[in-house]
Design a protein around this ligand. Structure first.
Ligand code: ACK
Length: 993
């Protein structure tokens, strides 16, 4: 082996390439190279002095890339001074540079026989100049940067080989001021190989922070930081001026401020990019673009907001993130409860609120003519806005609740109310707005009181007065009643006068006397309330009339008497003539045929068609004959007693087509069947009420024989309720019940007893208006004395019929009231079958023994009380329909009262309500209740104890009962629970009937 240190060194140098890790060199981004010896493929051309010193050698690096290296190894000779100088290196913008040297160095111990001559360091020097001085070179001009020693030169391996280690040393030089510089390496006798020389300076590289760009920045030489202002990236705006500091180490420090992406743009990889189609961004900021909300779209990129789909809108003030919305659909299930000249309208929320919560309701009132009393359109209809003095409670527009009371309407007048649901976008889509309409006819109402009375002239014995017509006459004023009396006499004796006009002269008064007077108006509906008391005084005696004027008065009086006598004579004569010449009007016949009821004059009376000798005459008296060609049958909706029931349309000449129900008489009928079939039309045709099914007419002159009535979209009430179990509010149910009661009041006022009032015989229209129908059965029951006691064919409504009507056919309006109680129960239990599956015989027996149906689930206590009242055994104690209507009206006006529920009872195990709880609320006295309890021993026991009030009695405990000798467990419990019921009853107070 060659022992020359030089050749040994080169062998070691070759070894070096094996130990150097084989990674491509990547410099940090904040280092800018001014010189990299490795990058040079050809000769570097550095100056070596003396020429036998440093030697340039070609080699390959670890990647086999050719590199240039410099070596020197004159270790055997003394006084070495070998220089190697780089080419001129332009400084560029650097103030401080870094010199990175990679070299190998042999330690002298590893070379034999060099003691004293061998060195283990070399010097690094530099020289600043403004230009390239070519080969001109002077040692003394150079300044020393440092002496470079190897950190590690050789390392012993396990095998005893020595391998050369690569050293890396970095030195800083600065500040530099001239345009360029040279580096020099001075060897003083070492064995060194310069593998690479890299000269670089540091900078803060171009960067984007917080959406601001910061350019390449060269740091200062000193330790201070360089402040750099950032520029917002495209499509962004400064929120706070962006800044950063560049450190001497070429690092960006302390970012301050930021930029935000413009509307329509979002931040994506340090840039602001347009929102994609289907997305939007309406505000400046670095949030992501949002997806278009429901019912909106954006077809283009960069959208600030999304447009609404067709028929959807955005109200002013709706945020861009809100879905587009539309006007609500019409309110549903409008029901009206008429009370004289006011009406309560109640409706359900629209099915579709348009996607908004700001729904309010507006009620438009129209007064319509050309509408029949029961609400049907008789053809042409003329409507005008209601008078401004119609009162809406709480108001007509902007209603948040689904009810309004409309007052001060005209009596006996047709009104249409259009109820519209509005929301924030209704104004933007006038064509899409929908409303629900309900037509009503107000009842008759008495006139309001006279409020303004004036004294026109006073004398000793007389006074002339005038007054203003009442503000709401509610009809034609027939006359005024004037009641007056001496103030001193305190109404013990008074005089009553009637006047047709608005003035009167009271004669025959005492002079110098104070009188009190009240006036009230009368219309067909009766007297209105009296005016406030009006006081006047006659003149004192000293006030005398001259003889001349008394003569004038006398003449005037005589003339007046003569005129009155003449008028009376004429009136009698004309009256007689008229009576004789008038055709016989059905109303007159009604007086003649009246069924024994005492009717008030002016109120029509029902005429039983069977009282006509020829019943077909009755049909034509009360029902209009229709031409069959005007009727189109659409489909069969059910089966009636005499044939099918169909739905169809009726188009009368010059009238609008309307939907109708058509009852047909099936072929092969007997004469009697035809008569019975048409009898229903004769009865129905006499009625004209919004809660009684309206007869449109009959077809008798062609076949099939038909009865045509108004069409009720929701069919019969029992099946309707079963279909909509638990879907109505209490007030809606009460509204329906009120309608039925109002129809029944009308029938009982007419003297008509229905006999088959049941939910199956009530029809419901699309506005939830309930109408009484089926006027056929009364006759069936009447004709068939056995019928009430049989169960054949379900014709006998045992469960609905009052005990006295079952027992001895005592059918009256009071027995209809019993049936009404059952209907009330059916309605509140959503169409449950009364007495469930008990047999008719058991029902008769149970009712007779005093059992009553229990309250339906969640049934308001007041309504259950009303049922119990209707089921009073003594028929005279049952409420009249007028009272029922008024109770229900009170409930509607005060819906809070519906919240107190009766003892909620699901179907009891033995199907019967324990009779104490059914009887307690309706009994009159303590004794009645005792009788009701049928606990004789208890009654006797109680009779020995004094209870001051029901209250104390209610506090009675089982213990108390034991004390008075009631020891059997059953009666004890019954008594205690009944006492509790009685207590709550007396506390809540009975319903005024
Ligand atoms: O419950 P529904 O559908 O309503 O079935 C019965 C069937 O005919 C037999 O009476 C229906 N119906 C009777 N009169 C009318 C009417 N005026 N409008 C609509 N349906 C009616 C009833």
């Amino acid at each position: 082996m060659d022992c020359n240190p030089r050749s040994l060194f080169f062998i070691l140098l070759l070894l070096l390439s094996c130990v150097t890790p084989a990674f491509p060199v990547i410099y940090p981004p904040n280092e800018v190279n001014l010189l990299d010896s490795k990058a040079s493929q050809g000769e570097l051309g550095w100056i070596s002095y003396p020429s036998h010193g440093w030697e340039e050698i070609s080699g390959v690096d670890e990647h086999y890339t050719p590199i240039r290296t410099f070596q020197v190894c004159n270790v055997m000779e003394y006084s070495q001074n070998n220089w190697l100088r780089t080419n001129w290196i332009p400084r560029q913008s650097a103030q401080k540079i870094y010199v990175e040297l990679k070299f190998t160095l042999r330690d002298c111990n590893s070379i034999p026989l060099v003691l004293g001559t061998c060195k283990e360091t070399f010097n690094l020097l530099y020289l600043e100049t403004d230009d390239d001085q070519g080969s001109h070179f002077r040692e003394h001009q150079f300044s020393k940067i440092d002496t470079i020693a190897a950190d590690e030169s050789f390392t012993q391996t396990d095998l005893g080989d020595r391998i050369l280690k690569l050293n890396t040393e970095v030195r800083e030089v600065g500040p530099l001021t001239k345009k360029g510089f040279y580096l020099a390496f001075q060897d003083v006798g070492a064995c060194v190989a310069l593998v690479s020389v890299r000269v670089y300076f540091k900078k803060c590289p171009y960067t984007v922070r917080n959406l601001a760009t910061f350019p390449d920045t060269v740091p200062m030489d000193s330790h201070s930081l360089v402040e750099v202002k950032g520029l917002c990236v495209n499509h962004s705006k400064e929120e706070e001026p962006p800044r950063m500091y560049c450190s001497t180490e070429g690092e960006w420090l302390v970012p301050i401020g930021k930029c935000l992406c413009n509307p329509g743009y979002e931040e994506r990889s340090n840039t602001c990019q347009m929102c994609r189609a289907g997305f939007y961004k309406s505000a400046l900021g670095n949030l992501e673009c949002s997806k278009c909300p429901p019912h909106s779209f954006s077809h283009h990129e960069g959208s600030l907001h999304c447009g609404c789909e067709k028929n959807f809108f955005r109200a002013e003030g709706d945020p861009a993130s809100m879905a587009c919305t539309r006007p609500p659909s019409a309110p549903r299930n409008v029901i009206s409860s008429i009370n004289e000249t006011s009406v309560i309208l109640d409706w359900s929320w629209p099915e579709d609120t348009g996607g908004r919560r700001d729904v309010t309701f507006t009620v438009l009132c129209k007064r319509c003519r050309g509408v029949t009393a029961n609400g049907s359109n008789s053809g042409t209809q003329r409507c005008e806005p209601c008078r401004s003095n119609v009162r809406f409670l709480p108001r007509a527009a902007g209603l948040h609740n689904t009810t309004v009371t409309v007052g001060d309407l005209l009596a006996h007048t047709n009104y249409t109310f259009e109820i519209e649901a509005l929301n924030g976008v209704s104004a933007l889509a006038p064509k899409m707005r929908q409303y629900a309409a309900v037509t009503i006819t107000t009842n008759q109402a008495a006139p309001s009181p006279v409020t303004v009375i004036r004294k026109e002239k006073t004398s000793r014995n007389s006074v002339s007065l005038s007054w203003q017509e009442p503000e709401r006459p509610n009809g034609i004023i027939l006359d005024y009643e004037i009641k007056y009396y001496e103030k001193e006499e305190q109404e013990t004796s008074y005089t009553i006068l009637r006047a047709r006009g608005c003035n009167v002269t009271l004669n025959g008064l005492k002079s110098n006397t104070a009188y009190l007077l009240q006036i009230r108006a009368r219309t067909a509906a009766g007297y209105g309330a009296s005016s406030p008391t009006f006081q006047f005084e006659t003149s004192p005696d000293s006030f005398s009339i001259s003889s001349e004027s008394s003569q004038v008065v006398l003449i005037a009086i005589s003339a007046a008497v003569a005129i009155i006598l003449l008028t009376v004579l004429l009136y009698v004569l004309i009256g007689r003539f008229c009576c004789r010449s008038k055709s016989k009007h059905p109303d007159e016949k009604r007086l003649h045929f009246g069924n024994g009821h005492l009717r008030l004059p002016g109120i029509r009376t029902y005429v039983d068609p069977h009282t006509y000798e020829d019943p077909s005459q009755a049909v034509h008296e009360f029902a209009k004959e229709l031409d069959a060609s005007c009727i189109a049958i659409d489909k069969v909706v059910g089966a009636g007693e005499f044939g099918e029931v169909c739905s169809g349309r009726l188009k009368l000449p010059s009238k609008k087509e309307i939907c109708v129900a058509i009852k047909t008489l099936k072929g092969g009928y007997t004469d009697k069947q035809r008569r019975d079939f048409l009898a229903e039309a004769s009865i129905m045709g006499q009625f004209d009420h919004p809660n009684i099914i309206r007869l449109e007419g009959v077809v008798t002159r062609s076949k099939p024989v038909m009865i045509v009535t108004e069409y009720m979209e929701n069919g019969s009430l029992d099946s309707f309720l079963r279909k909509h179990d638990a879907q109505f509010t209490g007030i809606q149910l009460v509204g329906m019940l009120r309608g039925i009661a109002s129809g029944m009041k009308y029938l009982s006022d007419m003297g008509y007893v229905h006999r088959d009032l049941a939910a199956r015989n009530i029809l419901v229209n699309s506005n939830l208006v309930c109408k009484v129908s089926d006027f056929g059965l009364s006759r069936v029951l009447e004709d068939d004395p056995e019928a009430a006691y049989t169960t054949r064919g379900g014709k006998i409504p045992i469960r609905w019929t009052a005990p006295e009507a079952i027992a001895y056919r005592k059918f009256t309006s009071a027995s209809d009231a019993w049936s009404y109680g059952i209907v009330l129960w059916e309605v509140m239990s959503y169409g449950e079958r009364p007495y469930w599956e008990m047999s008719n015989q058991d029902v008769i027996k149970a009712v007779d023994e005093g059992y009553r149906l229990p309250p339906p689930m969640d049934c308001p206590a007041t309504l259950y009380q009303l049922m119990l009242d209707c089921w009073q055994k003594e028929r005279n104690n049952r409420p009249k329909f007028e009272q029922i209507v008024s109770i229900l009206d009170k409930l509607i006006r005060n819906p809070g009262s519906l919240k107190i529920t009766a003892n909620t009872t699901s179907r009891p195990a033995n199907l019967l309500l324990d009779r104490s709880s059914s009887e307690v609320p309706s009994m009159g006295t303590m004794g009645d209740w005792m009788d009701g309890m049928r606990t004789l021993p208890c009654k006797e026991a109680f009779s020995g104890v004094s209870y001051s009030s029901c209250d104390t009695l209610a506090k009675t405990s089982t213990e108390d009962l034991k004390k008075v000798g009631v020891t059997i467990v059953g009666p004890q419990k019954k008594i205690v629970s009944s006492l509790k019921a009685l207590d709550s009853h007396t506390k809540n107070g009975p319903v005024p009937v």
